[in-house]
Design a protein around this ligand. Sequence first.
Ligand code: NAD
Length: 472
Amino acid sequence: MQNIEHIYIDGAFVVPHGNEYFDLFNPSTEQVIGRVRLADAEDARDAIAAAKRAFPAFSRTDKAERVAMLRRMHAAVVAKEDALFEAIVEEYGAPVSRGRWMARHASDVLKQAADTLEAYSFVSRAGTAEVVMQPLGVAGLITPWNSDAGFICGKLAAALAAGCTAVVKPSEMSAMQTRVVTEALHEAGLPKGVFNIVTGRGETVGAEISTHPDVAKLSFTGSTAVGKSILRAGAQTLKRVTLELGGKSPFIVLDDADFDEVVPLALQAGFMNSGQACIAGTRILVPQARLAEFEQKIVAAVAEFQSGDPRDPRTSVGPMVSQKQWERVQRYIRIGIDEGARLIAGGEGRPQGVESGWFVRPTLFSDVRNDMTIAREEIFGPVLSIIAYHDAEDAIAIANDTPYGLQAYVCSRDAAHARAVAARIDAGRVLVNTLAHEPAAPFGGFKQSGIGREYGKYGLEAFLEPKAVLTA
Ligand code: NAD
């Protein structure tokens, strides 16, 4: 049992004013493995005050000083990588290969921000004016549970690179991972108050950060519903807002595609992070004329996807993070069946032979229409919909017929054709014949997948305000 009794304010681990305890679970066993004492609104105000005090000096640090700080933070998180990996597998249930990637990603984003900052020029000219990019002030960073350390480090890296100070509000369900990250970042020895990490509930700590007049910028990753409420909350004081929200990404298989190559990609894109990924390719668009062939190949391939013990290296789909999330996925599988989609793999309940843990069966539906609930709403579990289309025009129309626009995938033997289709997809990122990630490229959503971009220079500028200086 881990008891987490501290939050991090003004460079110190302090006991929160809040006194509610929240249970932490191992999702593979459903056992309570720890508890965390949650911060409350008063703690959030203390953290904001500390960040506000730290801002004047920190905002005047030069680029080289901040690059050095980010590199120290990077080294500190690398040094805790094994502990972070353990916490990720234990508390989140990520399969080991994914868990290793997540633990490394948390430090990578700090290094990438240092590199971006090094190459960035804060001053440019526009006509007769000098344009100076100025840090916004105190940033409130609110993160979800599906990649706790990566989101904390990624948002902090961009905010600090810009010269903002920060208050982070991680998910209350990820307190063990947050503890490892916080201890690592403390080792980096930044000035007091530059970053503060306050684990508490969204309705209290999150709401205080979203409304407090001393917070100039909000960067939020999470559900579209909460994102909208944060936008409304921040409007009163006109906070600058970056929202990274949900997705219902199309995975477009063009009619000339090589299914032996595409099927494994489609399953990886759909089941990444055990399906708990905003960028998961959950709508697989397949040419009607080749549907039977595709189904046959994907059903054979999905049998190789083991859902179970995340410590078994053969496992590619771990448990859902919580009972609530498990029930949500079950509900959507039932809705898919009730609305007339054809189940071709998986289904309700746990995988065969698994008695406990929030494990689900990797599930495929075919004959899905794009107006069905399972094609429109984000499930956030390993449940994929195969939707047949007639021609490329039809595929593009279906791909874009969604309230979301975070990511899309296009596969074809003809790269030029695939790029032509990609050009017509409304999504912040389109991956053509690949699942690669590019940290220098902007990441974020069209439509209800969000506002603004993260990563690289776009992510840095999300924490800056341009100021034009004209002189006689
Ligand atoms: P969530 O929206 O429930 O919670 C996200 C964070 O917001 C948590 O820290 C939560 O405590 C906080 N929060 C909740 N209510 C709040 C309020 N009223 N005011 C301020 N903060 C509040 O999301 P979740 O369940 O933790 O994560 C899953 C969701 O995140 C999915 O919808 C997924 O698509 C999305 N997501 C998006 C991206 C992206 O980059 N676009 C990445 C990962 C996850």
